[in-house]
Design a binder for this molecule. Structure first.
Ligand SMILES: O=C(CO)COP(=O)(O)O
Length: 213
């Protein structure tokens, strides 16, 4: 299982989380951390797999305020989220950002609200898609328990378009039990944020997530 921890803009030391992720015994799981762009460098230096939270659909040039794929790669990132519920993109921009990610060989995960969007996202050819019902994000109620059908339907939707695209699920995931439930529904990974970023002890939270895997 792939466990992607999105630190969003939470007031948590990204290096503390990255060091914990780099040193936890992850067994069969693979952990990656998606920090703020300005923290990619410091997080990647810990040796943990590091993802950007977003890439802009631009090349080198006059693009103030953008997240350039080459800059994220230079800083040490190797993957990127796209179209997160908190950073929605137009279809053409998702496509352009996937092209940008391809230029630097990043792993890609396009987020979507529901199975219909998963189908559209999978058609763009990312490595993975992630279904995250917005109403459960940050709720502490795991999507794998609150809405298992949305995960099953997302897996089916992606499979019908492109069986090589992995499916992750996210929203409210915070324990190893939630990750196991996601796996049983057919997901190949989970996407989570507050379960680690807002935990009293992020290292313990990470250890608990991967313990049963
Ligand atoms: O948006 C998410 C991960 O990208 C999920 O957030 P929570 O884990 O806080 O529900």
């Amino acid at each position: 299982m792939f466990v992607l921890v999105n630190l969003k803009a939470y007031p948590r030391d990204p290096v503390e989380v990255a060091e914990a992720a780099a040193s936890v015994d992850s067994g069969a799981a693979e952990i990656a951390i998606a920090p703020q762009t300005a923290h990619i460098d410091a997080v990647a230096e810990t040796g943990v797999q590091t993802w950007a939270q977003h890439l802009s659909p631009v090349e080198h040039g006059s693009h103030t305020g953008s997240t350039l794929a080459e800059a994220a790669a230079d800083a040490g990132a190797t993957g990127t989220l796209l179209n997160h519920s908190e950073n929605r993109l137009k279809l053409a921009d998702i496509d352009g950002s996937l092209d940008a990610a391809d230029r630097v060989g990043f792993d890609t995960c396009v987020c979507a609200n529901n199975p219909d969007q998963i189908r559209a996202a999978a058609a763009l050819g990312p490595d993975a898609v992630a279904v995250e019902p917005p109403e459960l994000i940050g709720s502490g109620t795991p999507v794998s328990k609150a809405d298992p059908d949305i995960v099953r339907d997302a897996v089916e939707a992606a499979e019908s378009v492109d069986p090589t695209v992995d499916v992750y699920c996210g929203a409210g995931i915070s324990t190893g039990e939630d990750v196991v439930a996601a796996r049983e529904l057919g997901a190949e990974g989970v996407l989570l944020a507050s379960g680690v970023a807002k935990a009293d002890d992020p290292a313990a939270a990470l250890a608990d997530l991967v313990d049963p895997l």
